[in-house]
Write a protein that binds this ligand. Structure first.
Ligand code: SOE
Length: 392
C-alpha cells in the first residue's frame, strides 16, 4: 500500500459534496502513487460539520480551519468555501507547507488572486503545490476536444462560442443567498460560471484571452433575506435585501492567436439548468461540446470528401479516450461527478511526481484578470452604441 496523502476539506456545501465524491472514488478506480485519506472535514458549525463528515466518509470533523492547517498529520487542504475566504485559507495553508486545491473562481478580487499566486510560487519552490478547481476540463470529451485542437484537426482557430446557461434565479422570490452578495461571492454569474466559460475556452484552444469587451447586469435588484446572512437554510423572510452582483454577463474576447470569442454566462436562461456549451470553429473543421450531453464530442472534419462532411457525434467512452481506461466498457457513460474524481486523481499524480498541477493558481489569476476586465469594460459603458432614429 503506497504512502497516504491526508486530506482536509474546508467547506461542505455543494462543492464539498462533489469533492468528497472525488476523494472517495479516485483511489478505487485509479492506481494512484499515494493513497488520499479523507481525514478531516471542516465547517463553521460543529454539529453540521460532524454530520457531513459522517455522511461523506471523513474520519474527523472540526470547526477550526486554522488548527487543522497546523496539524502535522494533514498534507492537503481542499478549499470549498465561498470565495471570500479562499485567499486567507490558501495562503495560510501554503505557508504552512500544505498542498492546496481551491475551488473556482480562485478569489473574489485580482489582488487576492495575486497574493495567492505569490504564496503558491513560494510553496512550489519547496515542493508544495496548489491547483484551482476548474473540473470541466477533466470531463473526457472536453479533454479530447483540447487534444483535437492541439493535434491540428480543426486547423487554425478562428472563432470560439461559449455559453453557460442556468435558470435558478428566474424566480424573483428566490432568496438572497451568499452567491448574490458581492462581499461573499465577489461577483455573480460572471465569476461563478463565466470563469468556467473562460477557462474551458482557453484550455480547449490552448490560447489565452487577451482582451474583452462586454456588459454585466443585475436583472432582479433585490430579493427576500434568508434567515442566516450566509446560510442557505432558514425561512424566507418578508425583509428584502439588495442583490450586489451580476445576473448576466455577455462579452466578446480576443484570443492571443487572433481568434474572436463570444461568451455568455447567465442564471436567467429560463429552462436551461446547467447548459454549458462550447464550439470552436477552425480553418479545417470544428468541435462542439455540451455539458448536457457530456459523453459526446461533436467533430466536423472539413478535410473529409465533399458530400461526406458533417458534424459527427463521437461517443467518448473508449478506453483510449482520456481517463476512460479506469471506467466501464465502451458505451457505459460517465457523469458530472467524474470531473471531480479525475481532478483528485490528477492532483495526487502531480504531487507524487513533484510537478506543478494544472490549472495552477497563475492560471486562476489569469481568469480572475479576465473577469475584472469584463467588469471594467461594462462599467466603462463601452457596450452600447445607440441606433439613431432618422432625422424627421
Ligand atoms: C452554481 O452556478 C454552480 O454550482 C457553480 O458554482 C459550479 O461551479 C458549477 O459547476 C455548477 O453550478
Amino acid at each position: 500500500m503506497s504512502a497516504p496523502l491526508r486530506v482536509a476539506l474546508i467547506g461542505h456545501g455543494f462543492m464539498g459534496a462533489a469533492h468528497s465524491q472525488g476523494w472517495r472514488v479516485a483511489p478505487r478506480f485509479f492506481d494512484l502513487p499515494t493513497q488520499p485519506q479523507m481525514s478531516i472535514l471542516v465547517g463553521r458549525d460543529p454539529v453540521s460539520a460532524a454530520a457531513a463528515a459522517e455522511k461523506w466518509g471523513w474520519a474527523e470533523s472540526s470547526a477550526d480551519w486554522r488548527a487543522v492547517i497546523d496539524r502535522p498529520d494533514i498534507d492537503v487542504i481542499d478549499i470549498c468555501t465561498p470565495g471570500t475566504s479562499h485567499a486567507e485559507i490558501a495562503i495560510a495553508a501554503l505557508d504552512a507547507g500544505k498542498h492546496v486545491l481551491c475551488e473556482k473562481p480562485l478569489a473574489n478580487t485580482v489582488a487576492e488572486a495575486e497574493a495567492m499566486t505569490d504564496a503558491a510560487g513560494r510553496a512550489s519552490a519547496r515542493g508544495v503545490y496548489a491547483m484551482v478547481g476548474f473540473t470541466y476540463r477533466r470531463i473526457p470529451a472536453a479533454t479530447l476536444a483540447r487534444d483535437f485542437v492541439a493535434a491540428g484537426k480543426i486547423g487554425d482557430v478562428r472563432q470560439v462560442r461559449v455559453n453557460y446557461l442556468q435558470d435558478w434565479l428566474v424566480d424573483p422570490e428566490s432568496p438572497l443567498t451568499w452567491r448574490l452578495q458581492k462581499d461573499l461571492a465577489g461577483s455573480g454569474a460572471l465569476g461563478d460560471i463565466g470563469a468556467h466559460a473562460i477557462d474551458l475556452a482557453q484550455f480547449i484552444t490552448g490560447q489565452s484571452v487577451t482582451s474583452v469587451s462586454g456588459i454585466i447586469e443585475t436583472l432582479v435588484k433585490e430579493r427576500p433575506l434568508v434567515g442566516a446572512r450566509h446560510g442557505l437554510s432558514g425561512t424566507v423572510t418578508a425583509e428584502r435585501g439588495a442583490v450586489t452582483v451580476d445576473d448576466v454577463a455577455l462579452f466578446t474576447g480576443r484570443f492571443e492567436g487572433g481568434a474572436l470569442g463570444s461568451f455568455e454566462a447567465t442564471r436567467f436562461s429560463t429552462g436551461r439548468k446547467n447548459s454549458f456549451r462550447i464550439e470552436v470553429a477552425g480553418s479545417l473543421g470544428a468541435i462542439s461540446f455540451d455539458l448536457e450531453d457530456l459523453n459526446a464530442l461533436g467533430f466536423f472534419d472539413g478535410t473529409a470528401a465533399i458530400g461526406q462532411q458533417g458534424f459527427t457525434k463521437i461517443l467518448v467512452t473508449e478506453p483510449q479516450h482520456p481517463y476512460l481506461a479506469a471506467w466501464w466498457p465502451p458505451g457505459h457513460t460517465l457523469g458530472y461527478e467524474h470531473g471531480f474524481t479525475h481532478q483528485a486523481r490528477d492532483f495526487v499524480e502531480a504531487i507524487a511526481a513533484d510537478v506543478q498541477p494544472t490549472p495552477s493558481f497563475a492560471d486562476g489569476l489569469q481568469v480572475q484578470r479576465a473577469l475584472a476586465a469584463v467588469e471594467a469594460s461594462s462599467n466603462a459603458g463601452s457596450a452600447w452604441t445607440p441606433i439613431l432614429a432618422r432625422e424627421k
